[in-house]
Design a protein around this ligand. Structure first.
Ligand code: FES
Length: 71
């Protein structure tokens, strides 16, 4: 699902960036471009980031997120 319309950034891209260690909003803006144009996606981007950081459960497509502590 597209979260950032301006930059065509999906929730999946945001989740994988956070999982790769990009945990700040400015880092996400730099790496994906989201929030940098109109800024309307900021709230959603932050929400998705927080979900991933909290290890909270499920992707929007219903697949499970498994936190990996190995490596
Ligand atoms: S929707 Fe993300 S910057 Fe406009």
């Amino acid at each position: 699902m597209y979260i950032c319309i301006c930059k065509a950034v999906t929730d999946g891209q945001i989740r994988s960036a956070v999982q790769d260690g990009v945990t700040s909003m400015s880092g996400l803006r730099e790496s994906l471009g989201c929030t940098g144009q109109c800024g309307k996606c900021g709230r959603h981007v932050k929400q998705i980031r927080d979900e991933v950081l909290q290890g909270a459960g499920a992707f929007s497509d219903g697949s499970a997120f498994t936190a990996s502590s190995a490596g």
